[in-house]
Design a protein around this ligand. Sequence first.
Ligand code: OXD
Ligand code: MN
Length: 589
Amino acid sequence: MVTPMELFVKEMQDLLLPDEAYILDGSQEEAEKLVAVAEKSEVDGKIVLKKLNGQEYPNSYYHRSNPNDVARTEHLTFVCTPTEEQAGPNNNWMEPIEAKEKMTGLFKGAMKGRKMYVIPFVMGNPKSKYAKNCVQVTDSVYVALSMRVMSRVGKQAVERIGGSSDFFRGIHSIGDVNPDRRFIMHFPQENLVMSFGSGYGGNALLGKKCYSLRIGSYLGYQEGWLAEHMIVIGVQTPSGKVMYFLGAFPSACGKTNLALLEPVLKGYKVWTLGDDIAWINIGDDGQLYAINPEAGFFGVAPGTGYKTNPVMMKTLKNDKFFPTLFTNTAIDNSNNTPWWEGVSDEVPLDLTDWQGQKYDKNSDKSAEHPNSRFTVSIYNCPTLSSEYDNPNGVPISGIIFGGRRKSTIPLVYEAKDWDSGVFTASIIGSETTAASSGQVGNVRRDPMAMLPFCGYNMGDYLQHWLNMGKKAKKLPKIFMVNWFRKDENDKFMWPGFRDNSRIIKWMIDRIEGKTGVVESEIGLFPQDNAIDLSGLNIKKETMEKLLKVDKEDWKKEVVMIEEFYSKFGDKIPRELRDYLTDLKKKLGM
Ligand code: OXD
Ligand code: MN
């Protein structure tokens, strides 16, 4: 009997017409073989992978992408639900039949002369009841290798799928890497994504943003769980107890640094479970439990260094897993290592930039692309939590939300309860960065840091968050942070990085009921001296400014929030609109 998976492969062969199909088995030999193929293959006239200095960076290879294909392309990303309202104003929408016709036209014969890689994979530990089965086809060996790092690929997935037809289907071809023929189409009702014309991680590694967030969020809405753009960490206190936190921040707000934090405070330790995605379920005891469905980090290189993220540097230099990939960084020719700003104090003398040109030190552009990335196994991470592979996930005590804001949003505050926490998270704004193609530096409203990743109407999504709160028996505390406040001279007021552990310590004290709060218009603030500042040279006035509600700023903020909410009409839950009305009253508006 032909299984649904075999049938899918056959359908893909008939549509894409590859010269041959290869089903990944997930073995070590396979990884070596695929790397050898990539070292000999060219795409766009560029060798797909080049070996880097194995003494400095074991198992590492370099990939340079087409300069037109370096970030997620939100304007070419569509959610194809039967009605436009289901996708919501947060998504581009296309009618599903029209979208499929368009994509089928692009895919027809797209793999002629190429090999089709069939990637069976599981998102999450295959032993977990929360894990999900998936199959992606692709004609990119770089994508196939990246998927091996980022998910559980191979035989265990095939076994888990068995004769079932309940698996995610991902169809991917890099086509001719032409932005005019580039689309990432999601069909949530069919558990299907069609992606054409891009080899970039977020567009092409379909297990990541496409499945684990956009399709996942829709599945969570149907099935009663949450797929979130969140880190998962365990924070160990001096008593040895570990408390688990989730953290949601828009792209490139230091999420990965927080996930691999080395706390500055003695006796505290952060254990890493995930740096990008969390799937949250209500466990048998009524608490929220999270798993990280991914198995690797696809992290932003610039700004990663021994000062900012020593644990990631150790992860990148670990030799446990084969291979580690670097994409669009610069190359230091003196020792054939990947280079980016922040990895060393000095700019090396002989650099090749991310486009393959000799780098001019006096150039005002960086040698690496601002969204250059590394792809590395989570098993390389020296702070990997022993609970990472726990099939039940970890019980969550606190959820941290944040954005990148030079003004308005205080360093930290706590939401009174779950519903006000949902309101607080629904109003996150952040200055945009290079992780998505688009304008850098504007404030974009980004509820739960999910705006680009929510696969259905964000109004329904916010209602789903409120409903989860009603269903759970014990809920985590919700906090809002802003590490990025600036003073009048445009200087960061809070040191950030390792010192952020001071704020997490305060959160733990709050969860344990060890410290009280001061009420404000927007939420609950730390009492005087409740944040441990030992060994930190920061002025009292600075802390006061960091922990203050500036009413005039907030009045402007409320106008922006109202404008954002209005896009969703009455889809925004009544509770949240009431919170906004209440906030306006408190601000005297
Ligand atoms: C990412 C992103 O790549 O959020 O993780 O853009
Ligand atoms: Mn992300």
